[in-house]
Ligand binder design. Structure first.
Ligand code: AMP
Ligand code: FE
Ligand code: FE
Ligand code: ZN
Length: 285
């Protein structure tokens, strides 16, 4: 059993449509794939429709959250949510709010770039996102198209980095509130790439313990952005706190160099995740 529980389609900031992504997953030899676009369930129906025989699809989402508990400014945390009821009203309202935040924040970043003479246009970026959830990768691709930077990676390292004068943050969901919303919708909340220090500031063990008290059920341990040491630490933390351990690629198509299925989840842990989710059934034979 090969299980990858974190992928993005063009409904958010991946480059393959949900249907293409399902075929990529099967062609790569996966038995289970989760579709976890940022702040939306809009890809679920197409993924279900296109599901190749033999592939189990876990409907999910990656909710943009922040940890407000410590000293200093809030820390960005990504919350994976699986098998929640897509019609649960409070969660639907919150992910809608986050998509609006993404639009106003993206527009602010692009306006600041344009004011300094960078040849990027918000309308063009929204058009290129084809109705999907807009993120910094869409701005990065526009900067590549305009010849400002060589690659999406280079854009993230410079103009779009949190240290850039052009960076703008968005008002993400308080993570304990996000966890409560996911649980209320029958879903399984899992803390995504929690120790990926290469992405920026990360939270401490105390925050993970507080999130667990708030209803967190799992930790994403095996992730391309985690070092061996970071994985070891998270695995120990998951054991101490009684959390499900997952592994995933965080595949984004050609927006990132990561291949699908490069990190996977243990089948026993996947069974525990399935048992905990009550909002919607996985899509399978
Ligand atoms: P945003 O959600 O708009 O703040 O943008 C963050 C998204 O950009 C995350 O989903 C990451 O997966 C993606 N991302 C972060 N760094 C990179 C990178 N170097 N190349 C491509 N995508 C990235
Ligand atoms: Fe992303
Ligand atoms: Fe993420
Ligand atoms: Zn992701």
């Amino acid at each position: 059993m090969r299980i990858d529980l974190h992928t993005h389609s063009s409904v958010s900031d991946g480059t393959e449509t949900p249907a293409e992504l399902m075929h990529t997953a099967r062609a790569a030899g996966l038995d289970v794939v989760a579709l976890t676009d940022h702040d939306t369930t809009d890809g679920w129906a197409a993924a279900r429709e296109a599901r190749p025989a033999g592939l189990t699809v876990v409907p999910g989402m990656e909710l943009s959250c922040r940890w407000n508990g410590g000293e200093g400014p809030p820390v960005s945390v990504h919350l994976l949510a699986y098998l929640f009821d897509p019609d649960s009203p409070a969660l639907a309202v919150e992910r809608g709010r986050l998509r609006e935040e993404r639009l106003s924040r993206g527009e602010r970043i692009v306006a600041a770039l344009a004011a300094d003479g960078y040849p990027v246009q918000w309308e063009e970026i929204v058009e290129a996102s084809a109705g999907g959830v807009v993120g910094r990768p869409h701005i990065a691709r526009a900067l590549v198209r305009a010849g400002v930077v060589e690659s999406v990676d280079a854009a993230f390292a410079t103009l779009l980095s949190p240290r850039s004068p052009y960076y703008a943050s968005k008002a993400d969901t308080d993570v304990r509130h996000g966890i409560a919303l996911v649980r209320a919708a029958g879903g399984v909340p899992v803390f995504a790439h929690g120790l990926a220090t290469k992405r920026g500031r990360v939270v401490g063990d105390d925050a993970v313990a507080a999130m667990t008290e708030a209803g967190l059920l799992g930790l994403e341990v095996d992730h391309p952005d985690h070092s061996d040491e970071e994985r070891r630490h998270l695995r120990g933390l998951a054991e101490d706190l009684g959390l499900i351990v997952t592994g995933s690629s965080d595949y984004h198509g050609s927006n990132k160099t990561t291949g699908i299925g490069v990190c996977t989840t243990d089948p026993g842990q996947f069974e525990a995740l399935l048992a905990a989710g009550t909002g919607v059934e996985p899509f399978r034979d």
